[in-house]
Design a protein around this ligand. Structure first.
Ligand SMILES: *Cc1c(COP(=O)(O)O)cnc(C)c1O
Length: 415
């Protein structure tokens, strides 16, 4: 018999700490940055077309303009087949951490391929690009006592998280600002170990770091270099090795970090570096050690994707051509957008509420899906819609987009 006293059913207001949870969300709402996740379903072979499940009753055909599946690889038949074949061959999960039965032949092959892609001794695959940044940067101060990490102010949240986990000295330098970086390097004890962490392509501002000059400073002040090439791998360089490969700088950067989730159309992240760095991270980084490895089928799909894009320069050319076409159409139409050297086309709105409202109007009225990018992803007052045209975005889709934007920009008096 159950001897516990009967309790009255909870009302929502009575639940533990519900006021605090509600207040936290209300603060987000008040700033106009409450996030609405669009429930979508892509159609293989038809991407960027998709279905939007508006609510329980209605759905709508949409064109996705904000995916990080930059090259449409998520629907590539070769990669889909590689995943299916691996599932058929070995089943679903890996069944363990890397140390305890979770290192499959697929993982080993993928790491060898990634090491070769970046012309490094070795690579280490992790659960995601986020985890790769957090785990690697987070463990650096254990390996290098007294470490000072120099971090670009626009670095991704995952790098910031890793750096704060490292609990070491950090210096934030102004975005892509070599003079500021050098000023901070000069101030420090010359004997202290140093690491400069930055990105190649910054995905929100669509700009590229002065990698060579940062490496020059790193050499001058004896600092390690750590680059996040998440928005560049698969898309830049003769084999898709990123901006470092494109600029012939691969051997000057100590640690290259990338993702399998964006251009490669899968999931997972990695670092590539010289053998002793990889061995140390493998041996010490908590976020690598204490988690189940990615499914073998994911590793198989990623391996196929990396190999595919290695020899697909024409896809990289098409990708750039599509981005340049969209940029020139925005330019001709007089829009306020960031006209950078990359495949990312941010269209500025400058107000979080308006940014959300414009995005809502575009999808509801025109089936154009561009997610608003608000704080904290970008600084307040610089809210934007971020367009990522891919090789599968046609001229006709661009016509539709331009027509829709013309109507909506007038409605919202965007000038
Ligand atoms: C998306 C992103 C990551 C995280 O990669 P995931 O594989 O999605 O976890 C890391 N760095 C930058 C700059 C990113 O934009």
């Amino acid at each position: 018999m159950n001897s516990e006293p009967k309790q009255a059913p909870h009302k929502p207001e009575d639940e533990k700490f519900s006021g605090a949870f509600r207040d936290a969300v209300n603060r987000v709402r008040a700033e106009g940055r409450y996030r609405i996740f669009r429930d979508i379903r892509r159609h293989r072979g038809k991407f960027p077309l998709a279905t939007w499940y508006k609510d329980d009753l209605s759905e709508q055909k949409i064109t996705v303009w904000c995916s990080n599946d930059y090259m449409g690889m998520g629907q590539n038949p070769c990669i889909v087949d590689a995943v299916k074949q691996a599932v058929d061959a070995v089943g679903t999960g890996s069944g363990g951490t890397r140390n305890i039965s979770g290192t499959t032949h697929y993982h080993v092959q993928l790491e060898a391929e990634l090491a070769e892609l970046h012309a490094k001794d070795a690579a280490l695959v992790m659960t995601s690009g986020y985890v790769a940044n957090e785990a690697t940067l987070g463990v650096m101060s254990k390996i290098l006592p007294g470490l000072i990490i120099y971090s670009d102010e626009m670095n991704h949240a995952s790098m910031i998280s890793g750096i704060s986990r490292a609990r070491c000295e950090k210096r934030i330098f102004k975005h892509n600002d070599l003079a500021d970086l050098e000023r901070l390097l000069r101030q420090a004890d010359p004997a202290a170990p140093k690491l400069i962490a930055f990105e190649s392509v910054y995905s929100m501002d669509a700009d590229i770091a002065p990698i060579e000059q940062i490496c020059d400073l790193a050499d001058k002040y004896n600092a390690l270099t750590y680059i996040d090439e998440v928005h560049a791998v698969g898309m830049y360089g003769a084999q898709g090795g990123g901006v470092c490969e494109a600029r012939g700088l691969t051997d000057r950067v100590d640690i290259i970090q990338g993702t399998l989730a964006k251009a490669y159309g899968m999931i997972g992240g990695y670092i590539a570096a010289r053998e002793n760095i990889i061995d140390a991270v493998r041996s010490l980084a908590s976020g690598f050690i204490f988690t189940t490895s990615i499914p073998p089928s994911t590793a198989a799909g990623a391996l196929r994707s990396v190999r595919y894009l290695k020899v697909a320069p024409e896809l990289r050319e098409q990708h750039q051509e599509r981005a340049n076409t969209l940029k020139s159409r925005f330019r001709d139409a007089g829009y306020n957008f960031i006209d950078g050297d990359t495949h990312i086309v941010p269209l500025m709105v400058g107000d979080p509420v308006k940014c959300q409202a414009i995005s809502d109007r575009l999808i509801e009225g025109f089936g154009i899906y561009a997610q608003p990018i608000n704080f904290p992803t970008v600084p307040r007052g610089t809210e934007r819609l971020r367009f990522t045209p891919s090789p599968v975005h046609t001229d006709a889709m661009m016509d539709e987009l331009m027509d829709a934007l013309a109507v909506v920009w007038a409605e919202f008096e965007m000038g």
